[in-house]
Design a protein around this ligand. Structure first.
Ligand code: PMP
Length: 420
């Protein structure tokens, strides 16, 4: 007889439009990097809510802060009002994240998801510059709403919207042509040459590590050059740090290593730290140009998310202890994935950076089969890339080394089982 988790899954599947076909069971509880289903079976989580759970599931300190806030009748919804939870978050983010990095940004909370932050960033750049055009990049991913989708590279994903913003020019991302061709220089040349038909842009929008589009990595010179181009053409540089941010790259912001200061940064996913919906944009003070009620929404900034986000900043970013432990995990991940790729064959390549790495298998079918083999062995893992050809490891940054080792052992076994 089918186990209850699997049986319930089948029943649910016919009732709701659940897009989870990859993990056919019903999960019940979760702690740090391990999810447990209704049958009591444990799964190591190498998906982490697609980087929404950088600090794992149910971190005890965040949980305690949230429970205390709720128990003391802390304001839940306070539209447009200052609440103590909001004030504390703003102060802590400034003190723990921005000031030590020499960054001066205003924060503007957005609707619950990442796409809301991207829409806000695009709209703000258009208002500020009085221009329409947005430069986006091949294989970029920015969300499913029409504006964010128009800037997304994957044509298959864009197709559902039919009509998109016509004012997006897409350029090759770093490394698109292989080594030796500088796509940032190409953009510079195209913007200078009026025969290119590329209008002066309101914004240049990109991820520093492309999460959905195949773990392609922007190099330091590429990012620096884009910053220079943005300045030269009076365009706003928008870094979408929704997936690569909050420590995933190894630093809090994925752009830090390049020493650039984007005009706008979009943040969501792991910002609340607890899997609660929460997104915001960071903008340089001179770009704070929305008038009153020009860009609002009912669910902007969630007090429960402010509470857990503050707890995460205090616990993980006040000192450098956590970042050092992430470095240790990054080194281990790189070493293990290199070993798995080398054993799989010379066509298998390591991709990504920080705690956002994976293996390019060259085939969507192969990568899916490996993920499926992983699930059978108790591992939650997903693919990335324009044809889902990359097996992508997005473990919580807090994963215990022992669990990490076990998860990577399962991944190695899954590669072997499928390639045998
Ligand atoms: N930008 C990036 C880089 C993302 O990875 C995502 C989500 N995968 C989004 C934007 C959209 O975020 P959301 O799904 O929360 O709308």
């Amino acid at each position: 007889p089918a186990k209850p988790g699997v049986a319930t899954f089948s029943r649910l599947e016919s009732k709701v439009r659940s897009y989870c076909r990859s993990f056919p069971t019903v999960f019940k509880t979760a702690r740090n990097a391990v999810l447990t289903d209704q049958d009591g079976r444990d799964y190591i989580d190498f998906l982490a809510g697609c980087a929404s759970l950088n600090y794992g599931h149910n971190d005890p300190d965040m949980k305690a802060a949230l429970v205390e806030y709720i128990a003391s009748d802390g304001v839940t919804h306070g539209l447009d009002m200052f609440t103590e939870a909001k004030e504390t978050f703003l102060r802590t983010f400034d003190e723990v994240i921005l000031k030590p990095r020499g960054l001066d940004y205003r924060m503007m909370f957005q609707g619950p998801t990442g796409a809301n932050a991207v829409e806000a960033a695009l709209k703000l750049a258009r208002k500020k510059t009085g221009r329409d055009n947005v430069i986006a990049f091949t294989n970029g991913y920015h969300g499913v709403t029409v504006g964010a989708l128009s800037a997304t590279g994957n044509g298959g994903q864009r197709a559902a919207a039919r009509s998109q913003l016509s004012s997006v020019s897409r350029m090759p991302y770093d490394g698109f042509h292989g080594d030796g061709v500088d796509s940032a220089q190409m953009l510079d040349d195209m913007l200078r040459d009026t025969s290119s038909g590329i209008d002066a842009p309101a914004a240049i929008l990109l991820e520093c590590i492309q999460g959905e589009g195949g773990l392609n990595v922007a190099s330091k010179p590429f990012l620096q050059k884009l910053e220079e181009i943005a300045r030269k053409h009076d365009a706003l540089l928008i870094i979408d740090d929704i997936q690569a941010g909050c420590g995933r790259s190894g630093d809090f912001f994925a752009f830090e290593f390049a020493g650039i200061k984007p005009d706008i940064v979009t943040m969501a996913k792991s910002l609340s730290g607890y899997g609660l919906p929460f997104s915001m944009i960071l903008m340089k003070p001179e770009h704070d140009v929305f008038g009153p009620a020009e860009h609002n929404g009912t669910f902007r900034g969630n007090n429960h998310a402010f509470v857990t986000a503050t707890a995460a900043l205090e616990k993980f970013w006040r000192t450098d202890v956590f970042q050092k432990s992430v470095e240790e995990r990054v080194a281990y991940l790189t070493e293990r994935l290199s070993g798995i790729a080398a054993k799989a064959g010379e066509d298998f390549r390591l991709k990504g950076r920080g705690m956002m790495q994976g293996i390019d298998t060259g085939s969507g079918e192969l990568a899916s089969a490996i993920c499926e083999a992983g699930f059978e062995r108790g591992l939650i893992i997903e693919t990335s890339g324009s044809s889902n050809e990359i097996v992508k490891v997005l473990a919580p940054l807090t994963i215990e080394m022992e669990t990490f080792e076990k998860g990577l052992d399962i991944l190695a076994e899954s590669f072997e089982a499928v390639l045998r």
